[in-house]
Design a protein around this ligand. Structure first.
Ligand code: PGA
Length: 246
């Protein structure tokens, strides 16, 4: 699972170029685990290019709005995302938690809507710098994970994204990533009441340089890549290198 999170970047033309170059560079057998998350306004365009050229690339949304009984100007529902060709949705990204005030109550509604519409969820969790420095990182992550209780196990995956690492060019040590992923996996078993291995991806300043070593950790099942996913050549390189190492 290698996720390209474009955040609020790109244009219709850049979407087309990115998919074309990705398709030319990525070794075909490595493509199936990639998920492209452009801004919502480009999803239809991306879906059209992917399906008309038979490209093996999954489409994901960076967000969704909860199904609501009230009129919701500007909202995009899970059903609409399905209609646009999405199979995946990111929920709980720290930028949405911070800048759009998405707290647990809203996130619960989003998670439920995604599940009702059979979207595969990538639920993002991460601690702040202060929480880490105060020894509260594990507790903070466990609290965020509680929102997943009761959701269908087959639709859930988690992305561990330390907030202090996102877009900063710094990452936790490999040991620290491994330790947190193990904790998340154990916690998920108890919250979701399952023995299944729930996939946990790492995100936060993943680059062409560090992607392979992070992905080689046996508790890391995928990568969520922001800034470094914008360039299709280097994103494809990451995808190819990782699978070669497998
Ligand atoms: P970054 O972003 O790779 O630019 O750090 C990751 C993310 O926010 O998902």
């Amino acid at each position: 699972m290698i996720i390209a999170n474009w955040k609020m970047n790109g244009s219709k033309e850049e979407v087309k170029n990115w998919i074309d170059i990705f398709n030319d560079h990525v070794e075909y057998e490595n493509q199936s685990g990639c998920i492209f998350c452009p801004p919502s306004c480009f999803l239809d365009n991306a879906n059209e290019i992917i399906s008309s050229n038979n490209i093996q690339l999954n489409l994901g949304s960076q967000d969704l709005d909860p199904d609501a009984d009230n009129p919701s100007t500007g909202g995009i529902s899970g059903k609409m995302l399905k209609d646009l060709g999405c199979d995946y949705v990111l929920i709980g990204h720290s930028e949405r938690r911070m800048y759009f005030n998405e707290h647990e109550d809203v996130l619960l509604q989003k998670l439920t809507s995604a599940a009702l519409n059979n979207l595969k969820i990538v639920y993002c969790v991460g601690e702040t710098k202060e929480q880490r420095e105060q020894g509260m990182a594990i507790e903070a992550i466990k609290i965020q994970l509680r929102a997943l209780k009761g959701l269908p196990v087959n639709l859930i995956s988690v992305a561990y994204e330390p907030i202090w690492s996102i877009g900063k060019g710094i990452t936790p040590s490999l040991d620290s990533i491994h330790e947190m992923h193990q904790i998340i996996k154990d916690e998920l078993k108890s919250i979701l009441n399952t023995e299944e291995n729930i996939l946990v991806s790492y995100g936060g300043s993943v680059s062409a340089e560090n992607a392979v070593s992070i992905s080689l950790l046996n508790s890391v099942d995928g990568l969520l890549i922001g800034g470094a996913s914008l360039n299709p050549e280097s994103f494809s390189k990451v995808v190819n290198n990782i699978t070669i190492q497998d």
